[in-house]
Design a binder for this molecule. Structure first.
Ligand code: NI
Ligand code: MN
Length: 226
């Protein structure tokens, strides 16, 4: 499958049967807004890890133009269902077999309010099992012992981990997380978007390579084949 980075925690997954988009935050992202036109994004599904604006800002517009189904926790799904958008509610620990593959909603340690302060349920991450590949998207999270549950069930091909610190794990905890989830192939996210989360790219890559792991930092708009 083709994985494309759109900044912050927004990724596109082009799978055999469907196109997925995660946490769309593009029109408000100074690093992405001039490179990516959301009018060109027409996913079949939009996965939202939590309600914060840097994960949901463009979800409504993209869902309206594409007819995508929004998949998230129960409260976020209800928020969009009330806007007459297609939704699929999940909650922690639950899995669902979609048309394109299986998805599990897993724990994250963070908060989840909408920009107006309304309740956005509890934050989470997703484990995607699609086209024979398994991808863990942690979402915004601290390092948590719950990550040790993931390799009990999944043999990950790649993990998308936040590395920007301040609001989520920083590099040191992301390296520890990669041990917890037993995955040596990491794509970084949630860095450089604002001043609080600017990182040293070379230092981050060295922290992983020094323990025989690989950290990939994609350019916005760049794709890789998994
Ligand atoms: Ni957040
Ligand atoms: Mn965030």
């Amino acid at each position: 499958m083709k994985i494309t980075y759109y900044g912050q925690n927004c990724f596109g997954f082009e799978t055999e049967k469907a196109t997925l988009l995660t946490d769309p935050f593009i029109t408000g992202n100074d690093l992405a807004k001039d490179k990516i036109d959301i009018k060109n994004l027409n996913p079949d599904f939009i996965f939202l890890t939590h309600a914060h604006q840097d994960h949901t800002l463009d979800a409504e517009a993209i869902a309206k133009q594409s007819g995508a189904t929004i998949v998230s926790n129960y409260e976020i799904a209800n928020h969009y269902a009330a806007k007459d958008l297609e939704t699929h509610p999940m909650n922690h620990g639950g899995s669902w077999e979609f048309s394109f593959g299986k998805v599990k909603y897993v724990n994250a340690i963070h908060t989840s309010s909408f920009p107006d302060g309304s309740y956005g349920g509890q934050p989470g991450g997703f484990v995607f099992s699609i086209d024979g590949k398994t991808i863990y998207m942690a979402g915004d999270t601290a390092l948590t012992m719950d990550m040790k549950l993931i390799p009990l069930e999944f043999d990950l091909d790649v993990a998308i981990l936040p590395i920007g610190d301040n609001f989520t794990m920083g590099i040191g905890d992301a390296v520890r997380a990669s041990d917890f989830i037993e995955c040596n192939n990491i794509i970084g996210c949630h860095y450089d978007t604002f001043g609080f989360i600017e990182i040293d790219h070379d230092g981050a890559k060295k922290a992983f390579s020094s323990v025989e792991k690989k950290l990939t930092l994609l350019e916005i708009g760049e794709s890789i084949e998994l």
